[in-house]
Design a protein around this ligand. Structure first.
Ligand SMILES: Nc1ncnc2c1ncn2[C@@H]1O[C@H](COP(=O)(O)OP(=O)(O)OP(=O)(O)O)[C@@H](O)[C@H]1O
Length: 279
């Protein structure tokens, strides 16, 4: 997780001195965010230089705009390589956009696609390390650790080293350290990859709890298999974000052929719903 308090990041100031091409009006260029908006990204552009000679650079973001609002679950979808992780990195401040502006009101939590954990620490030590970095007291760290371990089902692994965990359990710890310090907005990059079905349901229970408290949650996924979980969905294509309407989704397949839960959903909708009712 990265903690970013009331951050304004303007790519145009840090690149080559060019003025931002943001065409937004006077109010938009202010650091004040309108209404319930907690994150505003405008005209975000990012091009990666090619690491190899004689190959093309990759223009990933070409003027992406988005608002994230308090208390919503926002889905961000797009094909592999469309730039979702790049977009999220610019929003949390882990990467400078080439141009454009990001304004974040409050503290942002980030659960990256590849866990940023230390292999040689135990799970309990991982909580201590991140909690201390967030300025939490020992008691607050233990409370958050025990609550999240119980919620996501990894209590028995608290003394395991991170490199001894399964991929799914590592992902649970990755998610937990992003959530533990109560951010105002949470950015999750494919958070449920590798979760079993019960953990997948627990994940959605946790996000509902957060959004009920007004925390905004933005979730990256290749594909939205359960539309009703999201308040809004944006699609990243050709470097820009557009709203995905229910009519758009009606034209698409409803099941992810790769199964976002990593196989836990293979029992199908009906029994999955029953499991949820039981949970
Ligand atoms: N550090 C980098 N250097 C060069 N190119 C990069 C770098 N990171 C990403 N890319 C390229 O930028 C494009 C977008 O990558 P990104 O990871 O943002 O996409 P994504 O939509 O998150 O993909 P996926 O769904 O596969 O996770 C890809 O073509 C990728 O190869």
């Amino acid at each position: 997780m990265v903690n970013i308090g009331n951050r304004v990041q303007d790519g145009s100031e840090t690149s080559d001195g060019r003025e931002s091409s943001d065409e937004s009006d006077g109010d938009e260029s202010s650091d004040e965010l309108a209404g319930d908006v907690v994150v505003r990204g405008r005209n975000l552009t990012k091009t990666y230089d090619s690491p190899l000679p004689f190959t093309r650079s990759v223009e990933v973001l070409r003027g992406a705009d988005l608002d994230v609002r308090a208390g919503e679950i926002l889905g961000i979808v797009g094909e592999n390589g469309s730039g979702k992780s790049t977009l999220m990195k610019t929003l949390v401040g882990a990467m400078e956009p080439d141009d454009g502006e990001v304004v974040v009101d409050g503290v942002a939590g980030w659960c990256p696609q590849d866990p940023l954990l230390y292999d040689r620490l135990t799970v309990a030590e991982t909580f201590r390390l991140f909690g201390t970095a967030y300025g939490m007291t020992g008691e607050e760290i233990r409370d958050a650790r025990d609550r999240l371990a119980d919620r996501l089902g990894f209590e028995e692994f608290l003394d395991y080293r991170v490199d001894q965990l399964s991929g799914g359990n590592r992902q649970k710890v990755n998610l937990s350290v992003a959530v533990m310090a109560d951010p105002d907005v949470l950015f999750l990059d494919e958070p449920y990859t590798g979760f079993d079905w019960q953990t997948y349901l627990a994940f959605w229970g946790l996000t509902d709890e957060l959004t009920d408290r007004g925390i905004a949650v933005a979730v990256i996924s290749h594909f939205v298999s359960e539309r009703e979980r999201f308040d809004r969905i944006l699609e990243l294509a050709d470097g820009r974000l557009t709203d995905v309407t229910d009519a758009d989704l009606a034209d698409r397949p409803t099941e992810d052929p790769r199964d976002p839960t990593g196989g836990a959903n293979a029992k199908g909708d009906q029994s999955a719903r029953e499991a949820e009712t039981d949970a």
